[in-house]
Design a protein around this ligand. Structure first.
Ligand code: VTB
Length: 320
C-alpha cells in the first residue's frame, strides 16, 4: 500500500495562489453592482475551474455548503485532476459577498490546503472566536476567561495599558454586551462589517494596530483564519454555537460529537503542512483589490505556508 503523503509540494503553494487569484478576478466584474449571488457564483465557477486543473486528489472540507444546498464546491466534493497527493481544501471563493456587491472594503477570495485530515470539518454554524498574534505567552487569552481579564492579561504581556489595546469586533447586535465591556475597560474597538477571516489575521500584522479579535462569526471562516495563523504564528480558540437542532444535525454530519468543545489552533488546522492564500477582491487592510484595465487584471495576494517563515505578498498581472 502506498504511504499517504503528509506534505504539500512547494509548487502547490503557488498553484493555490493562482486559484484564489482567478476567483478574485472573476468576482471583480460584480463589484458595486448590488448582486451578491452573481458575485459569489462568478468566484465559485472560477475557483472550481482552477482547482480542477491541479494535480491532486482534492476534497472540499469547508466549502459553499452541504451537497443538497450547493451545486458546486460543496462539502465532500472531489476536486483536482484525480492524480497526486490527497489534499483537503477549505475555501471561501468570496469572503464578503455583501461588501463586494456594495463596493465596500475587505472582500477576499480565500483558500487553504492541508494534507488529508489537516483541517477541521466545521459545520456551517457560528463559532465564538478569540485570537491574538504571535510572540505572546501561550494561553495569554482564553475563550473561557472574561473579556476584562483577557484585556488585562494581554496588556500586561504587551507591556502597555488596556487603553492602548485595540480589539477587532464584527459589528453585530449579538456583540453589544462585549462591546460595552471592552469600552468600559478602556480599550479601543475596530469594527468590521464583514470578513472575520481578515479580522482574525489582522491580529498577526503589526501594521493593522489590532491586538485582539473577539466575537462570533462563521465556523468555516474560523477554520480558514486558523489555517493562516498556523503559518504566521498567533493563538486562536473557537467554540461552535448552536441555535437549533438543524445546526446540531449539521455538526453531527461533519463528525462532531462534543458540542461544547473548545478548539485550539491545532484542532482547527492541525495539518503538518498548511497553505493559506487570500487575494483581495475589494481593497482592505490586508491586501489591495483587483484592478482591471485595458485587458489586464492586477491582483494582490497574501500567500502563507507552514513550510516558509515569511509573509509573502504577491502582485499578479493577468491578461483577461
Ligand atoms: C462572518 C464574516 C463573513 O458572515 O463570519 C459573518 O466573516 C458571520 O455571519 O464575511 P453574520 O453575517 O450572520 O453575522 C460574513 O459577514 C458573511 O459570510
Amino acid at each position: 500500500m502506498s504511504k499517504t503523503p503528509n506534505t504539500i509540494e512547494r509548487s502547490m503553494v503557488f498553484a493555490a495562489a493562482n486559484v484564489a487569484e482567478r476567483a478574485a478576478i472573476a468576482a471583480y466584474d460584480w463589484i458595486g453592482r448590488g448582486d451578491k449571488e452573481a458575485a459569489d457564483q462568478a468566484a465559485v465557477d472560477a475557483m472550481r475551474n482552477a482547482l480542477n486543473a491541479l494535480p491532486m486528489r482534492g476534497r472540499i472540507v469547508i466549502g459553499e455548503g452541504e451537497r443538497d444546498e450547493a451545486p458546486m464546491l460543496y462539502i465532500g466534493e472531489e476536486v483536482g485532476n484525480g492524480e497526486g497527493p490527497q489534499i483537503d481544501i477549505a475555501l471561501d471563493p468570496l469572503e464578503g459577498t455583501t461588501p463586494t456587491a456594495k463596493g465596500m472594503t475587505n472582500s477576499l477570495a480565500v483558500l487553504a490546503m492541508a494534507p488529508r485530515g489537516g483541517l477541521l470539518h466545521a459545520p456551517d454554524t457560528y463559532m465564538q472566536k478569540i485570537a491574538v498574534g504571535p510572540g505572546l505567552p501561550q494561553g495569554v487569552v482564553d475563550l473561557d476567561t472574561s473579556i476584562e481579564d483577557n484585556l488585562n492579561a494581554l496588556a500586561k504581556a504587551k507591556g502597555v495599558a488596556v487603553r492602548d489595546l485595540t480589539v477587532c469586533v464584527l459589528e453585530r447586535p449579538r456583540h453589544e454586551d462585549v462591546v460595552a465591556r471592552i469600552r468600559d475597560a478602556g480599550a479601543r474597538i475596530f469594527f468590521i462589517t464583514d470578513g472575520d477571516v481578515a479580522g482574525v489575521i489582522s491580529t498577526t500584522d503589526p501594521h493593522t494596530g489590532i491586538d485582539l479579535y473577539v466575537g462570533a462569526g462563521g465556523a468555516p471562516e474560523g477554520v480558514l483564519a486558523a489555517a493562516a495563523l498556523r503559518c504566521v504564528g498567533g493563538q486562536m480558540q473557537g467554540r461552535l454555537i448552536f441555535r437549533n437542532d438543524d445546526e446540531r444535525a449539521r455538526a453531527t454530519r461533519t463528525g462532531i460529537t462534543d458540542f461544547d468543545r473548545k478548539y485550539d489552533l491545532h484542532d482547527l488546522a492541525g495539518g503538518e503542512d498548511i497553505v493559506f492564500t487570500a487575494t483581495g477582491v475589494t481593497s482592505g487592510y490586508l491586501v489591495d483589490g483587483v484592478k482591471k484595465k485595458n485587458g489586464t487584471a492586477q491582483t494582490h495576494t497574501l500567500l502563507l505556508s507552514t513550510m516558509e517563515d515569511a509573509w509573502r505578498r504577491m502582485r499578479g498581472r493577468f491578461t483577461v
